[in-house]
Design a protein around this ligand. Structure first.
Ligand code: GLC
Length: 421
């Protein structure tokens, strides 16, 4: 799909990823069924005792909105195959879970849509519950056969699984109104041939013509690095700039709720990650893993609240922004973002310099400079501080005079309004 220049996805820059399912109950991550080789029968306990009695997606949605997130992606079905929605293609779903009994997906979509966020659905291509899904090296039933299964997965009735998958996608794209993003996952090389992705992509685009597709083999509208941030923006061989989204966790690895692996990154580190994504022309999809009781744990709420406070003052340097033009090199310890329509350049300080900072190639271009947190003017100096009575610095460069005290915010930002030539 060719996206227009002003597509919502590229302006949004910040989204919430939600990994939620019955795997929140063991609290050992969303891969627990595979990593601990849990049998179908033993895993059933988690369905039986899944009781989201504190579930209130309006709280998640209003926190996401306050944090400046413009879209969200929810795991309608992860690899364990448990479906959060009222699907007619399997009984293995939230409506049938005895202590749940409701269409969780519908309530989540309604709550986020009401806050004005774009709607994204994550759907796992692998499904460890469906009897026709192939047994590959990651399947909970792989036993000691890993090596052999890597080369030759056990084919059950893959065409039946493919049909099931296509049916479920059709259902998701017809029952819940406009879906803005469909996020596939788990197209491991040894099973890629089973998805019939060409046919599926055509059906998806027919049902939802404006939708963005991610990670369906052969069909991805953007790049999606995982738990890493590229040093440069993505582009094609012919230098066409590509959209991208990095998906990130707070902790060391798991996406689903993990009791022993809660928040390790500080709010400041997460904000710096967000800035790095935007400064390289990408979005950040920040993951949360709600508990089995249906709420966000206190540490997650705390970190998001701190980000929300920063975003309240600084969202102008994030939304609708992208990487700066190449002729404005970033000084050490500073990351630029750039709003091409407003012609504003944002300087994010990873550390606060002593009284001044030297900027290359901006000497004749700045109309006005200010601190973003409180609007205070930042003055320019034409003189080299080491030689006040001597030579001026070259006209093409400049010095900004900085307040001695570091602004009291997690990451200080200066906004440069450039002259509209
Ligand atoms: C990895 C994980 C998977 C998670 C995904 C999110 O592929 O294995 O569980 O859903 O990342 O991008």
């Amino acid at each position: 799909m060719t996206k227009s220049k002003d597509h919502w996805f590229d302006a949004a820059r910040f989204g919430m990823f939600i990994h939620w399912g019955v795997y929140a109950l063991p609290g050992r991550g969303e891969w627990v069924k595979s990593s601990e080789k849990i049998s179908e029968q033993d895993y059933e306990k988690y369905v039986t005792y899944f009781n989201p009695d504190l579930f209130n997606p309006k709280e998640w949605a209003s926190l996401a909105k306050a944090t400046g997130m413009r879209y969200f992606v929810i795991t309608a079905k992860h690899h364990d195959g448990f479906c959060l929605w009222d699907t007619k293609f399997t009984d293995y779903n939230a409506v049938n879970a005895p202590q749940c009994g409701r269409d969780l997906l519908r309530e989540i979509i309604d709550a986020f849509r009401a806050e004005g966020l774009k709607v994204g659905i994550y759907y796992s291509l692998p499904d460890w519950h469906q009897p026709n899904y192939v047994i590959d090296a990651r399947h909970p039933l792989s036993g000691d056969n890993k090596e052999a299964l890597l080369k030759q997965p056990i084919e059950r009735l893959p065409e039946l699984y493919t049909q099931f998958l296509h049916n479920q996608i059709e259902e998701l794209l017809t029952l819940y109104g406009k879906i803005d993003l469909l996020w596939f996952d788990g197209a491991y090389p040894e099973t890629e041939k089973y998805w019939d992705s060409g046919k599926l992509a055509a059906r998806i685009r027919k049902l939802q013509p404006d939708i963005l597709i991610n990670r369906l083999p052969g069909f991805s509208d953007f790049e999606s690095p995982e738990q890493s941030i590229p040093d440069k923006h993505f582009c094609t061989e012919s230098s066409k700039v590509l959209s991208w989204e990095g998906c990130q966790v707070f902790s060391a690895g798991n996406w689903g709720f993990s009791h022993d692996q809660q928040v390790h990154k500080s709010p400041q580190e997460v904000i710096e990650m967000l800035i790095k994504h935007v400064s390289r022309g990408g979005n950040m999809l920040l993951n949360v893993g709600p508990t089995s009781r249906g709420c966000l744990d206190n540490q997650t709420v705390k970190i998001l609240t701190d980000i929300a406070e920063w975003m309240r003052w600084h969202s102008r340097s994030i939304h609708k922004c992208t990487m700066a033009p190449e002729n404005f090199p970033e000084p050490e310890g500073v990351r630029y973002t750039w709003n091409p329509d407003a012609k504003s350049l944002y300087l994010h300080f990873l550390n606060w310099p002593d009284r001044r900072i030297f900027l290359e190639n901006l000497g004749t271009k700045i109309d006005f400079a200010q601190l973003l947190c409180d609007g205070t003017e930042i003055q320019l100096s034409e003189h080299n501080p080491h030689n006040i009575n001597g030579a001026k610095i070259p006209r093409s460069n400049c010095l900004l005079k900085l307040p001695v005290a570091r602004p009291n915010t997690l990451v200080p930002v200066i906004e440069l309004h450039l002259k509209k030539e």
